[in-house]
Design a protein around this ligand. Structure first.
Ligand SMILES: NC(=O)C1=CN([C@@H]2O[C@H](COP(=O)(O)OP(=O)(O)OC[C@H]3O[C@@H](n4cnc5c(N)ncnc54)[C@H](OP(=O)(O)O)[C@@H]3O)[C@@H](O)[C@H]2O)C=CC1
Ligand SMILES: Nc1nc2c(ncn2[C@@H]2O[C@H](COP(=O)(O)O)[C@@H](O)[C@H]2O)c(=O)[nH]1
Length: 327
């Protein structure tokens, strides 16, 4: 790979505006057989989403993916969402008990609309076999598989039956994979996304490294259908992470799914914990994201998300913030 770059190295080039107001710009996106308000999904991590947030997102037409770290609650969660006439979207791992869980769902005739296979190194037979298992027992579920960082991986998971792949190994804010292993897409996530998107024949979810709302538009430009975000969703009133007061200031904790805090032991740790400034309500952030994306669509010279895919861009190595600290 040559000419790698990341979010802060790129600026999108404006095209002639065709709308009279940014409110005319449509930020909706279709994934599988459902249409959502934004091409954004909060990360399936325990300090980012819980049942209450999932319910709020589903009721308000946002995409969500429930985490897999309270495995015993997933069947009841799926049933509850279905009883409310809402989309059920859950995560699974690849261990033996996860195979039994998929069979249990099938036996109970509960088909989640979306199942995400949530594994650090998704380019593996373990993930391929789980995709095939889900497709055998729950053929109507839309399967998102990951995480990966190469075109080969995207193709292999798609060929195994994945309906979408999730790209991003190591760009996350609480990720230490890049430091502990030397591997990943950290520092060149946007270029890796472009590389993967060129090989993809199905949707790609860009996962990790989003630090500003403008990065959502950049992800769309470089081939993402949807963007998964952790840290920007971490500090809300509703966020499940613990609230901590330091010197009169409120913070919320945000920890990695492969951190010692998540695992309860110091084994194969590839994540850390940090404190994020308290930032008000989730609905305010979602509204602001929508407005910023509407504005981005207007700069792209269109009135739909698709317009962003075709804009020109320039590489401005590490200079777009002019020294301003925005995160
Ligand atoms: N997007 C990212 O960059 C990363 C995300 N994470 C997140 O952390 C969580 C835990 O992930 P993960 O450890 O995969 O899940 P699990 O702890 O559920 O591990 C799943 C299985 O895969 C095996 N495994 C894990 N990593 C590797 C590897 N590098 N090579 C071969 N086998 C492996 C594990 O065995 P064993 O433990 O014995 O090796 C285990 O059997 C997930 O939520 C994941 O998304 C973690 C790191 C990077
Ligand atoms: N390497 C690790 N990556 C992790 C861990 N827990 C989550 N993640 C990934 O990060 C993104 C969120 O990134 P952000 O930049 O938006 O904060 C999340 O969706 C996972 O893919 C971890 O412990 N280690």
């Amino acid at each position: 790979m040559e000419n790698v770059f990341d979010y802060e190295d790129i600026q999108l080039v404006p095209a002639k505006c065709i709308v009279d107001s940014r409110s005319e710009c449509d930020t909706t996106v279709t994934l599988g057989s459902n249409t959502f308000k934004l091409p954004v999904v909060p990360a399936n991590m325990q300090t980012i989403i819980d049942e209450k947030i999932a319910l709020y997102l589903a009721e308000n037409d946002y995409f969500y993916i429930m985490h897999r770290f309270e495995p015993e609650k997933r069947l009841a969660f799926t049933k509850d969402m279905k009883n409310r006439g809402l989309i059920a979207s859950i995560s699974v791992g690849v261990k033996e008990e996860e195979y039994r869980f998929v069979e249990e769902l099938a036996k109970a005739q509960l088909t989640p609309e979306y199942i995400t296979i949530d594994i650090a190194h998704g380019h593996s037979n373990a993930v391929i076999e789980m995709i095939q298992h889900i497709k055998k027992h729950l053929p109507a579920s839309f399967v998102i598989a990951g995480n990966v960082g190469t075109p080969e991986a995207v193709r292999e998971l798609e060929n195994a039956g994945a309906d979408a792949t999730k790209v991003g190994i190591g760009p996350g804010k609480v990720c230490i994979t890049k430091i502990k292993t030397g591997f990943g897409t950290g520092g060149w996530q946007l270029a890796a996304l472009r590389w993967c998107a060129k090989a993809a024949s199905k949707p790609i979810i860009a996962d990790g490294g989003i630090r500003t709302h403008g990065d959502i538009a950049k992800s769309i430009r470089f081939g993402a259908s949807m963007v998964m975000i952790g840290s920007l969703f971490a500090g809300h009133e509703e966020s499940p992470g613990e609230t901590i007061e330091t010197d009169g200031k409120l913070f919320k904790e945000y920890f990695g799914s492969a951190s010692e805090f998540q695992k309860g032991e110091k084994k194969n740790v590839e994540g850390k914990k940090m404190l994020v400034e308290h930032k008000g309500s989730l609905s305010d952030t979602l509204k602001e994201m929508e407005q910023d994306l509407q504005s981005a669509i207007s700069y792209a010279g269109g009135n739909k998300l698709e317009a962003i895919r075709n804009v020109d861009y320039v590489v401005v190595k590490n200079s777009i913030f002019n020294g301003d600290k925005v995160y």
